[in-house]
Design a protein around this ligand. Structure first.
Ligand SMILES: *[C@@H]1O[C@H](CO)[C@@H](O)[C@H](O)[C@H]1NC(C)=O
Ligand SMILES: *[C@@H]1O[C@H](CO)[C@@H](O)[C@H](O)[C@H]1NC(C)=O
Ligand SMILES: *[C@@H]1O[C@H](CO)[C@@H](O)[C@H](O)[C@H]1NC(C)=O
Length: 187
């Protein structure tokens, strides 16, 4: 009789140990002082540059990887690009980086692109840093605004927006030069 009670007690005790082990919380997040990452004043930087979408010719930098429907909005078209970014509209002006990403025709009733791209800088103090832009680009509008959703290197914690204006478009080759004004808050 006594041993029955003892084994029952042992069972209750071991169940209590098992359930407390199961309730153990693993810590994978902690509060951090921003000083630890050496974050100081947030600053605003304005970038002005030109984006070259070279679709035609023998050395395209922008290639259709999905064709899209053959109607006026080319719905479904996807282009992958590695486009030069220069300080002036002339493609031979100083290269400051590459805009790498894709645009997709995402609107059925108008020409509207979804842009998903990184501006990867290779010049001056921004060399090695990048800005990520994700947004809507109705290319026939005079000004298109797209959010800056983040960045790397000097652009950690970045936020802001980009304004795009078509500077040149060749309807035969479909090449385009687009002026970008980008306003970025970063540390
Ligand atoms: C293009 O095709 C899609 C799918 O069939 C359709 O919904 C859309 O209205 C078409 N766009 C135009 C401008 O005809
Ligand atoms: C940019 O950084 C890379 C890698 O650190 C280096 O090889 C290259 O020379 C730099 N370019 C400029 C223009 O500073
Ligand atoms: C437009 O592209 C066509 C085909 O590549 C080319 O022959 C023509 O010179 C270009 N026009 C301009 C103004 O660049």
């Amino acid at each position: 009789m006594a041993s029955k009670f003892a084994s029952l007690g042992f069972l209750v005790l071991s169940m209590a140990i098992i359930s407390s082990a199961m309730a153990k919380e693993y810590s994978f997040a902690s509060n951090l002082d921003p000083k630890v990452l050496r974050l100081k004043e947030e600053k605003l930087t304005h970038f002005h540059m030109y984006w070259h979408d070279v679709v035609g010719g023998t050395k395209p930098t922008s290639v259709a990887v999905l064709p899209g429907l053959s109607n006026s909005t080319l719905f479904g078209l996807v282009n992958m690009f590695d486009n030069p970014l220069t300080v002036g509209p002339d493609p031979k002006s100083q290269l400051v980086g590459k805009s790498q990403g894709l645009y997709a025709s995402a609107a059925q009733q108008e020409i509207g692109l979804l842009m998903a791209m990184n501006f990867a800088f290779t010049y001056g103090k921004y060399n090695g840093s990048s800005i990520t832009i994700l947004g809507r680009n109705p290319i026939l509008n005079t000004v298109r605004e797209m959010p800056v959703v983040g960045g790397s290197g000097r652009f950690r914690f970045a936020r802001g927006y980009a304004e795009a204006r078509t500077h040149f478009f060749n309807a035969t080759s479909l090449d385009a030069i687009v002026e970008y004004n980008i306003y970025v808050l970063h540390y």
